[in-house]
Design a protein. Structure first.
Length: 1064
């Protein structure tokens, strides 16, 4: 129907004459590109060949090719009669001459067109053209009208040929087993209002199919081409997956039967494997067991279950209209527009005057400019079409950047008598503050409500309410927006939202709570008086990543039962584990951390996240890492002993921070400002602002979680900065770790560093310099962009060189010690990566494992035994544990980590060979997988002691903590044994009392090979006095010296081990 426009080009006398005809709109478009012409008129059989102003072409831009031409759209209200029409042009030249161009006297006359009048018709659409006992067919009658209008009609459906076993009820055609395959069923539709009739033939098929019939619909109808095709990939929990070709043509698109639990639709381009042609990352759709017929629409990431809805979704419409600039609105059309369709902007129901409209038909884009200067973001802005397309509300998107509010009072502020609240919501015409008695109250039934005052100039809504009657109460915002109904009528849209600045929330974060963070209920004793642990240089940091629940939830943690898996459990003192068989006793929890000697704990998310139900306390499956933010500025309740009392989680969290500090440990918080669990709460406040979206207003998915926050937008950047400063000031935190930091723009990161260091110049800031998918952000914080800017990145180049990537593959410590590329990367990592991705060594966070992917132990085992099964990762002889092959590889990795330039980082339990039984993505796995097993500390105490001693060695010797690249270049040489980059042995030589170290010269030898008794004397530097002191050898660390040897009697180094020698 929509491809009925015919375009004809006639080239004559080196000029171009275009004619387009559209019987669907009764319109002709004439386009002329003629040298020397200043005016032109269209003449022909349709106007008796008369020169008329109504047929005069106007100069304008052809938006399809960017050339200036003479163009005219001519509409015939009553249409034209069927037949052939000759036409021509009257050209007015520069000297005023009239030239007729029509070649009527030529033998070949190209100046003609055929007119086939469009007639309105009734049509039956079906979900399929075949029916079986298992798969009924849905039927809908639609009317095809002028201007491409398609309407669903209340026509009467009936069976033209009555057959036994065939029924037609409520728009569904069904058969029973008596109906023979191959039977043709004729369905009739009659529209009495328009006196129209339509017929549809449906064939009976054998019961051979299984699964769900899935249809894929694209407005352009392009499912296959010379170098591409679309198909479906189905998969499930217990399935390796399979391909389903879209080989069944339907009335709306193409389809196939899918018998898997889930599926994606994908586009294949020849020679390029599978590529993603969706606005978001290839979306996963779930199939229910009872689903029989589903519709999946391109660029619409939801499943439709009815034919009626599918038709409504695929009829022509203005898909989206966006206002990103003060003077511009862009609208995008679902279909290429027919000629003759006009567009206009309406403000609060009144057509705007003086605006300019530019239509790019091939791009399906309408550009509206010269907008009125007095547009209010809360106005109802509509783009309307004269026909074909339904109207569309304009979403005010990036234009809202002009309504920046820079005040420091967003959220809640307490004074002696009042509580002040301010919310940024520039597109809301009205906001109410709703007060509730408890967290369970229905949002529609507040205890009381207050109308907030609107400040149009900055888009905020504010109010003061009495403190006495509202403090401690729960609250929400109710927002009112001008909107359009599906029928295009003006309506009031109402949304509810939790304050994004809420510092306290109720159970599961469904409501904010009006809590004063400085009230006695929220402040532990001594909170405002103690001193934080000193950190002289950031390079002195040693980071220990831990999950609050995992750290103490195991009963063998020795933590009080009521505190296990809680904030206070993480800092309970005097806890231990005793092996009842041998009586051996080891420290656990906080005392373990003190014993280990780390300087920082890195806490996985402790803000309010969505994935854990705070009302369930004793289910080992009710846990999650927490990378699904719900309320950024409030504390997670599942780690509190009482999630029902809002102040309890605040005071317990602060008590935990203080106790860490009292014990010399600084605290880093894991911040996830790259995405949210859902967009709905932010969208309920300012639709389509807080998250990145494409030109069609679809959310982009650089996080891989369905959305990505738009940090580059001024008010999003302000929100992130305000949130960070809240945590630093109100909770005394000492560091920030950013998840998927490449999704945060570099300008925001610079501002984060600047503002944070104004409070604490030693604050540690680092993050992941990558993203989880494609993003439109052009200046993200990628690997290397941090150079010289005062923050750090996870150095996955060094990690992969040491232990392999996440396949898992191998590295220097676990099987690829002779790979020269990885060996050179190890050398670069030992130097702090100053020749590649860093400027200063502190910018490199050196790690072998983190919560993501395999633990180091599991990586070592799996990478060298890919067939290892769950339950068998600990299958090794535990006697003489330091001689175990895998353990030696683990300790070699730790040795390199703690003696390299940069900042070392370990995951909790690395020091006791933590295993997650091969679970490489344990974000929601049960406690049985994630909980630290403190019995393993007693079992592997020699491993723990080695880690502890390495940390002590690093803390006592500044040579391993150099601050500047110049110091490293001048005082550190790293080279291969015998200058052979495939030897598997690396030697680091520190000299000149590097970085004011007590030891004059230090030699660190790393043997990554399987060769025991490796003689390295030939590659050793000379000592000042002919002797070397050995500080580390064969898994033993003694900073005062294990033994003193002469230069020619240096012991041979064991396989997979490190030796440190020094000269005083």
């Amino acid at each position: 129907m929509f491809d009925s426009v015919k375009r004809k080009l006639v080239c004559y006398d080196d000029n171009e004459y275009y004619i387009e005809i559209s019987p669907l709109t009764n319109t002709i478009r004439a386009t002329l590109c003629c040298k020397g012409a200043i005016e032109a008129y269209l003449v022909g059989d349709f106007n008796n060949w008369e020169k008329s102003e109504n047929f005069k072409l106007n100069w304008g831009l052809d938006t399809n090719d960017g050339r200036v031409k003479m163009i005219k759209d001519i509409t015939f209200p009553c249409g034209l009669k069927k037949g052939e029409y000759k036409y021509g042009y009257i050209i007015i030249t520069l000297d005023g001459k009239e030239i007729y161009v029509d070649n009527l006297n030529e033998e070949k006359n190209d100046f003609y067109f055929l007119w086939e009048p469009f007639e309105e018709s009734l049509e039956i659409k079906s979900s399929r053209d075949f029916v079986s006992t298992r798969y009924p067919v849905e039927l809908i009658a639609v009317k095809n009208s002028f201007y491409g209008n398609i309407t669903i009609e209340e026509a009467v459906l009936s069976l033209e040929n009555s057959l036994k076993g065939v029924t037609l009820e409520n728009g569904f055609l069904k058969i029973d087993e008596e109906v023979a395959p191959g039977t043709k069923i004729i369905v009739k539709a009659y529209d009495s209002l328009n006196d129209m009739t339509a017929y549809k033939e449906i064939e009976v098929r054998e019961e051979g199919e299984k699964g769900t019939f899935v249809q894929f619909l694209k407005n352009d109808g392009l499912y296959y081409g010379e170098n591409f095709s679309w198909n479906i990939w189905g998969f499930g929990e217990n399935s390796s997956g399979k391909e389903f070709n879209l080989n069944i043509k339907t009335d709306l698109g193409v389809g196939t039967f899918v018998d898997e639990e889930k599926f994606i639709v994908r586009k294949r381009t020849w020679g390029c494997n599978w590529v993603n042609d969706w606005n978001e990352q290839t979306y996963t759709f779930y199939l229910g067991k009872e689903d029989r017929n589903l519709f999946c629409i391109y660029e619409n990431n939801k499943i439709l279950t009815s034919l009626k809805t599918a038709i409504e979704e695929t009829t022509p419409k203005i898909q989206v209209a966006l206002m990103d600039h003060k003077n511009t609105i862009k609208a995008y059309l679902s279909h290429k527009p027919l000629i003759g369709v006009k567009y206009g902007l309406y403000i609060n129901g009144i057509k705007a005057k003086g605006v300019s409209t530019l239509v790019r038909e091939n791009e399906k884009e309408v550009l509206i400019t010269n907008l009125p200067s007095d547009i209010d973001p809360s106005d109802l802005l509509e783009v309307r079409a004269s026909s074909m397309f339904s109207s569309c509300k304009v979403i005010v998107r990036d234009y809202l950047n002009d309504y920046y509010y820079g005040g420091n009072d967003l959220g809640v502020r307490f004074s002696e008598e009042n509580i002040s609240l301010r919310l940024w919501a520039p597109t809301a015409k009205k906001v109410e503050l709703l007060i509730y008695e408890d967290y369970k109250s229905l949002r529609e039934n507040p205890l009381r409500k207050y109308d907030m005052n609107r400040e149009k100039e900055n888009g905020t809504h504010l109010i003061k309410v009495p403190r006495k009657e509202n403090e401690g109460k729960y609250y929400l915002y109710r927002l009112y927006f001008n909107d359009l109904s599906k029928e295009g009528k003006h309506v009031n849209k109402i949304t509810y939202a939790v304050d994004p600045y809420a510092v306290s929330v109720g159970v599961n974060g469904e409501k904010g709570v009006l809590v004063d963070l400085f009230s006695k209920e929220c402040v532990p004793e001594g909170w405002n008086k103690y001193n934080k642990p000193k950190l002289i240089n950031k390079e002195d940091s040693i980071i220990y990543e831990m999950h609050i629940r995992d750290f103490t939830i195991n009963e063998n943690s020795g933590v009080s039962e009521s505190l296990r898996g809680k904030f206070l459990g993480a800092v309970e003192e005097g806890t231990f584990y005793i092996n009842k068989e041998n009586g051996n006793k080891v420290k656990t929890g906080l005392d373990h951390l003190k014993e280990l000697g780390v300087t920082h704990v890195h806490l996985l998310p402790v803000f309010d996240f969505a994935s854990v139900n705070e009302e369930i306390t004793k289910d080992e499956n009710n846990r999650n890492w927490g990378y699904d933010p719900k309320n950024f500025n409030a504390i997670e309740g599942s780690y509190s002993t009482d999630p029902y009392t809002p102040s309890r989680r605040i005071i317990e969290f602060r008590e935990m921070i203080k106790r860490f500090h009292d014990n010399g440990i600084r605290v880093v918080l894991d911040m996830v400002y790259n995405h949210m669990y859902e967009t709905s709460n932010m969208d309920n406040i300012v639709p389509l602002y807080y998250f990145r979206s494409d030109k069609l207003g679809k959310y982009t998915n650089g996080s891989g979680c369905g959305n990505e926050m738009a940090s580059e937008k001024p008010m999003v950047r302000k929100f992130i900065l305000d949130s960070i400063l809240h945590w630093i000031k109100n909770y005394h935190i000492d560091g920030l770790r950013f998840d998927l930091m490449e999704l945060i723009d570099l300008d925001t990161m610079k501002e984060i560093v600047k503002r944070s260091e104004e409070i604490d110049e030693k604050i540690l800031i680092y993050g992941e310099p990558w993203k989880g998918g494609d993003s439109p952000l052009s200046n993200g914080t990628y690997k290397g962009s941090q150079k010289g800017l005062g923050f750090s990145i996870f150095n996955d180049d060094f990690r992969n060189a040491l232990r392999g990537n996440n396949d898992p593959s191998n590295g220097f410590i676990n099987g690829e010690q002779h790979n020269k590329n990885k060996a050179w990367q190890v050398i670069e990592g030992i130097k702090g990566s100053i020749n590649s991705i860093t400027y200063k060594p502190m910018e490199s966070i050196n790690y072998l494992e983190a919560h993501d992917n395999y633990t180091l132990w599991d990586q070592i085992v799996k990478s060298q035994n890919h067939s290892v099964e769950k339950g068998h990762y600990r299958d090794f002889n535990e006697e003489n544990i330091l001689d175990n092959f895998y353990v030696k590889e683990d300790l070699l990795g730790a040795s390199i980590l703690f003696t390299s330039q940069g900042i070392p980082f370990i995951q909790s339990g690395a020091e006791i060979l933590r295993s997650k039984d091969g679970d490489h993505n344990s974000y929601k796995s049960p406690d049985s997988i994630n909980a630290l097993n403190w019995a393993e500390k007693e079992k592997y105490i020699d491993v723990f002691n080695y880690y502890k001693d390495l940390i002590s060695l690093r803390k006592n010797h500044s040579a391993f903590r150099m601050k500047n690249p110049e110091d490293i270049i001048e005082n550190l040489e790293v080279y291969f044994y015998d200058n052979n980059d495939t030897s598997g042995v690396i030697i680091a030589y520190y000299k000149n009392n590097a970085n004011e170290d007590l030891w004059k010269d230090i030699v660190v030898i790393y043997n990554g090979t399987t060769i025991d008794d490796y003689n390295v004397i030939s590659s050793m530097p000379k000592s000042s006095n002919g002797f070397w002191n050995i500080a580390v050898k064969n898994g033993v660390v003694n900073q005062f010296g294990i033994e003193r040897v002469s230069e020619d009697e240096i012991p041979k180094i064991k396989s997979h081990s490190m030796m440190i020698l020094y000269d005083e």
